[in-house]
Design a protein around this ligand. Structure first.
Ligand code: GRF
Length: 186
């Protein structure tokens, strides 16, 4: 199998990055992570790039982030970009350049609860279920075509932290499943 050359964008703890790295150890997993890009110097996720000897770049320049990212992406001949806890909104221009090639994970059952502070809003709304969604990125926030959703029931008296932990366990399965699914569809 010819594996796609992937770049993972991160801003934070990088647990989704870690789960994708784990999957890449499987011979049949359809991507290789050629590059990790963080827009935050302090992102804990950079640690996983170092640990697994994956090339990484930190681009903290807010206005020129995309300019520099594009340069590295071209240099590494990247074919798919996975946003994994990447907290910067990409410009329409950037998204159009990579239409159908940027994937994101969001901690809710989209189209419900787009945006930030997801878990508090889910709890306040007294939802019976929640989960996570992996989707293609388009010009609107948390909006593109859905690849996979995974859901769990919300038990009474669940705290924000407990809910976040449970959803993250789901996310770590969902992201790799979605990457396999895209490959099987293409
Ligand atoms: C995840 O919950 C993801 O859905 C959201 O940001 C969080 C990132 O977590 N977009 P991590 O950095 O992968 O640990």
């Amino acid at each position: 199998m010819v594996k796609k050359r992937a770049c993972i964008f991160i801003s934070g703890s990088g647990t989704n990055l870690r789960s994708i790295i784990k999957s890449t150890r499987d011979y049949n997993f359809p991507i290789n992570i050629e590059l990790v890009i963080s827009n935050k110097k302090t992102a804990k996720g950079i640690h996983y790039a170092k640990k697994f000897s994956i090339p990484y770049q930190t681009i903290t320049n807010k206005t020129k982030f995309e300019h520099f990212a594009l340069r590295f992406i071209r240099l590494k001949k990247i074919q798919i970009i996975c946003l994994a806890g990447f907290m910067k909104i990409l410009s329409k221009d950037f998204v159009r350049k990579f239409r159908g090639k940027i994937v994101n994970i969001h901690p809710s059952l989209l189209p419900k609860f787009k945006g930030l502070d997801t878990f508090n809003r889910v709890l306040r709304a007294k939802e019976k279920f929640t989960g996570c969604t992996v989707h293609f990125v388009d010009e609107k926030l948390d909006n593109g075509k859905i690849i996979i959703k995974k859901r769990i029931p919300i038990n009474k008296d669940l705290s924000n932290k407990m809910l976040k932990n449970s959803v993250q366990v789901l996310e770590h399965k969902a992201y790799s499943e979605a990457i396999r699914k895209i490959h099987n569809l293409s």
